[in-house]
Design a protein around this ligand. Structure first.
Ligand code: HEM
Ligand code: HEM
Length: 134
């Protein structure tokens, strides 16, 4: 078991996580239907988590995940629900548990939960004001 200390570990985390996501019966079809360039996606998500977890890397200012997930919801016919977020979080925690220990790994779990609440709330809010999706 290792601690998450640098971009190398973040990259392992992101790549192992998305391998699970792509094989997940609920999430796999959604991701595989939207992401066209997986290598680019994985590097981008590594930038994101390196920024969140280690405050380093080229991610600063590059992300605005709320509109992205409203768009994902629209793309899937407004059918994202708690179940999708539960799958996402459970794969994230399993991946972390398989590879890492320590404070940063614990923060990665906690922060994903916080993001899930915000993203889910914003998706629902976006639906109820139908048409105004930003
Ligand atoms: C540069 C990127 C980010 C960094 C470095 C960061 C870091 C942090 C830190 C240090 C905390 C406080 C943790 C704690 O006290 O337990 C936090 C809380 C939180 N973060 Fe982030 N975060 C980032 C991006 C985001 C994004 C994109 C979202 C949602 C879309 C988000 C949602 C939240 C929420 C909901 C909380 C809890 C707020 C609260 O307890 O009052 N964060 N974040
Ligand atoms: C707490 C849970 C989640 C977190 C922290 C998270 C985080 C992110 C981030 C940071 C991005 C990159 C945004 C960008 O490129 O600017 C992203 C993209 C994406 N997310 Fe999530 N996500 C979560 C849950 C979900 C769920 C539940 C789904 C599907 C049901 C999902 C589907 C996607 C897809 C398809 C993309 C790629 C969008 C595109 O490239 O156009 N995410 N996510």
């Amino acid at each position: 078991m290792k601690e998450i200390e640098g971009r190398k570990e973040v990259s392992i985390l992101v790549r192992s996580f998305y391998e699970k996501v792509r094989r997940d019966e609920l999430l796999g079809p959604i991701f595989n239907g939207i992401v066209e360039d997986w290598e680019m996606h994985l590097e981008r998500l590594t930038d994101f988590w390196e920024m969140v977890l280690l405050h380093s890397g080229p991610g600063a200012g590059k992300f605005n995940p709320v509109p992205v997930h409203k768009e994902v919801d629209r793309h899937t016919g407004s059918e994202i629900d708690q179940n999708h977020f539960e799958h996402w979080l459970s794969l994230w925690e399993t991946t972390l548990q398989e590879h890492f220990e320590g404070e940063v790994a614990e923060f990665a779990k906690a922060h994903a939960h916080k993001m899930a609440h915000i993203l889910f709330f914003k998706i629902m809010e976006g639906r109820s004001v139908g048409g105004h999706r930003m």
